[in-house]
Design a protein around this ligand. Structure first.
Ligand code: UDP
Length: 325
């Protein structure tokens, strides 16, 4: 059951893909939201409609340099830590910031949560499973991660984030929630973010070749953003459960099939061109969501077709490409 009283909420990464959708929902629910964003991977456009919202305040600051002074002395009921580069292209470009924001900032926010007795939600990832040897992935699987590989700054800092949340919970009684996010897509992903859905949509709409990396047989499981955010809100307000929970869509699909579906739904004549597979690209990924179903009564409801159509409509408008006649 959702708490109906008004909450003072802090959202890090509020101008990002997930952060901006979450902020919209929290404001719809009547909460007061302070957002923090460095605008490194987030975008002012994602929250431009909130500029004059009476219950929204934005602090533009790089959390990797420490919590902004504006937060000193403020208290919150809920803290959502979503700030981080999250695409493989993005975190390799911002390796140190990625490490700092997921490790040091997490500690700083756990301290803040302890001080103001806030409940804190940290955004972990299916990358904690690395290139998984167990399939589908249950929360109890420990993962297969290369600690010095090209994704390590992300994977290992997210694993640290989980360890930190558990330590502050176990030793200091901080009220923590940990989500493991699987591939999520929808409007507001940055156009040049590099993640598969937006990359293929942009290429298909612009009539460019779709760059399938490797042979395209690797799999992912795509969750539409509205489903993901609904899962977040349920987890945050769930009764005492502090271990990680997978929130993702178990509808597994190959990258080649994603390319073909997007091309068809865009009505595009783009060809498919193979590109080299980046190092440590997981072979397969699919969440086991038994726990989320049992604990939260959550499961995704938006089909891949519907989600892709909504996402394509958004990028058509954003890129100024008229619908095919
Ligand atoms: N991918 C691709 N072409 C692209 C971008 C990604 O074939 O232009 C593949 C990538 O190799 C991976 C999958 O799509 O197997 C998902 O990549 P993404 O960057 O979206 O996120 P990941 O799940 O790897 O973190």
């Amino acid at each position: 059951m959702m708490n109906s009283s008004v909450q003072r909420v802090l959202v890090t990464g509020a101008a990002g893909f997930l952060g901006s959708h979450l902020t919209d929902r929290l404001l719809d629910m009547g909460h007061e939201v302070t957002g923090v964003d460095s605008m490194i991977t987030g975008s002012g456009e994602n929250i431009s409609h909130l500029r004059t919202h009476p219950k929204f305040k934005l602090i533009t600051a790089d959390l990797a340099r420490g919590l902004p002074s504006e937060l000193k002395g403020q208290t919150f009921d809920r803290i959502w830590h979503l700030a981080s580069p999250a695409s493989p292209v993005g975190y390799v470009k911002q390796q140190v910031i990625t490490l700092k924001v997921n490790a040091i900032t997490t500690i700083e926010l756990l301290e803040l949560a302890e001080k103001c007795r806030a409940r804190i939600f940290v955004a972990s990832t299916s990358e904690c499973y690395g290139d998984p040897l167990e399939h589908p992935q249950k929360e109890t699987y420990w993962g297969n991660v290369n600690s010095v590989g090209m994704r390590s700054m992300y994977d290992e800092s997210k694993r640290f984030m989980e360890a930190a949340a558990m330590a502050y919970h176990r030793e200091r009684g901080v009220d923590t929630r940990i989500v493991r996010i699987f591939n999520t897509y929808g409007p507001r992903l940055a156009v040049d973010d590099g993640r598969v859905v937006v990359a293929f949509i942009k290429q298909a709409l612009q009539g460019e070749p779709l760059t399938v990396q490797g042979d395209g047989s690797q799999t992912r499981s795509l969750c539409y953003v509205d489903d993901e955010i609904r899962g977040f809100l349920l987890l945050m307000e769930s009764p005492d459960y502090h271990l990680p929970v997978n929130i993702g869509n178990p509808d597994e699909v190959s990258v080649m099939q994603i390319a073909q579906e997007i091309r068809d739904l865009c009505g595009s004549k783009s060809v498919i061109r193979h590109a080299p597979l980046p190092p440590d690209d997981p072979r397969q990924r699919c969440p086991d969501i038994t726990l989320a179903k049992k604990l939260l009564g959550w499961e995704p409801t938006v089909s891949r077709r519907d989600g892709l159509l909504r996402t394509i409509a958004y990028y058509r408008q954003k890129l100024g490409i008229p619908a095919a006649a």
